[in-house]
Design a protein around this ligand. Structure first.
Ligand code: PBG
Length: 328
């Protein structure tokens, strides 16, 4: 770092390096690249099914045949990583449709890896899309039970790995889940399957549109007894430390834009890859304001994504991936 013993104005003029495009381009500190992006996909049962999410323009629930078309387009744009969320055809108390071998994410993973082996398939591991009550764990006495949930999460992660997932990404925020998942993967020969841990995941109003997309809104209460309070920074660091100790390969901060300080602290404290989830509400806000003509959506998108990278993230999970890739 510089010692700040610089000469003052008029010897120093910072505008000298901003004078024209070539100068600005040469001295730009942060560069977005297509391989920063992971594109979320919502996969549903059926054939030739494509339903737009009302609150997320241009984002769809897709059946597997359409998921494959989407993958083809992504690869042609230079994006080779997707994050799969499942919309199952049945839900129950324990989310069993999440860990059956013919589950929707399992089938989609197999299909993608078969048609596009070069596509990196990351799978979201959680119960909320598969439980009748919409919570991320099993319920007893109206309370999400931590330890009973671990075995179910581990089972789901294992079945994703067995289907060919390249990375599993637990998003539930139960204590001890990374350890439980690492253990079951290792015991079953998947010692080389990385875990991308949603480590610092906050109880956020920015997830609103996603719950429509994934049909995963909780039927009662909220997620505040497992996801973090948005006021807390030190606790986020503790969450990350624990996940690393339990075997996380990549740690995530979520949401992104209102949590750039957490991304920065993670980058400064840890030397493993950091991911940030640019979540549904962050996407929809930009889309809505741009639709009204109140902001320039493309510029706000590029500015936001670049800011996430400048803050220190290595990977950005974003619904903007395709649009941004077209501009890069
Ligand atoms: C599931 C999950 C959620 C998101 C990712 N995984 C929703 C939630 O926790 O309620 C949110 C993603 C987004 O808003 O784009 N636990």
């Amino acid at each position: 770092m510089s010692n700040f013993n610089y000469p003052n104005f008029p010897i120093t003029r910072l505008r000298r390096l901003r004078k024209n495009f070539a100068l600005r381009d040469m001295f730009r500190e942060t560069h977005l690249t297509k391989n920063d992006f992971i594109y979320p996909l919502f996969v549903a049962e059926g054939e030739n099914f494509k339903r737009e999410i009302g609150s997320m323009p241009n984002i769809f629930q897709l059946s597997i045949d359409n998921i494959l078309r989407e993958c083809e387009e992504l690869l042609s744009l230079g994006i080779y990583a997707v994050l799969l969320f499942g919309i199952p055809d049945f839900k129950d108390e324990t989310g069993s449709s999440g860990y059956i071998s013919h589950g929707i994410v399992q089938k989609a993973t197999k299909a993608i890896k078969e048609s596009f082996p070069e596509m990196l398939v990351v799978t979201d591991v959680c119960l909320c899309e598969y439980t009748s009550h919409g919570h991320c764990g099993v319920i007893e006495n109206e309370y999400v039970q931590n330890d009973a949930t671990l075995a179910l999460l581990a089972k789901q992660a294992l079945s994703h790995a067995e289907s060919g997932a390249d990375i599993v990404a637990p998003s539930d925020m139960m204590d001890g889940r990374i350890g439980a998942i690492r253990k079951i993967l290792d015991e079953n020969g998947f010692h080389e399957t990385p875990i991308m841990a949603y480590s610092a995941k906050f109880a956020s109003a920015f997830y609103g549109p996603f719950r429509e997309a994934a049909e995963s809104a909780p039927k009662f209460g909220d997620r505040k007894s497992y996801q973090m309070d948005f006021a807390n920074g030190n606790e986020a660091i503790r969450e990350i430390v624990l996940d690393i100790q339990e075997g996380a390969d990549i740690v995530m901060v979520k949401p992104a834009l209102a949590y750039l300080d957490i991304i920065r602290r993670a980058k400064e404290n840890f030397d493993l890859p950091i991911a940030a989830y640019n979540v549904s509400g962050e996407y929809s806000m930009v889309k809505a304001a741009a639709e009204k003509g109140w902001i320039d959506g493309e510029r706000v998108m590029m500015e936001s994504l670049t800011a996430m990278k400048r803050a220190g993230t290595d990977v950005i999970i974003t619904y903007f991936a395709k649009e941004a890739a077209k501009l890069l």
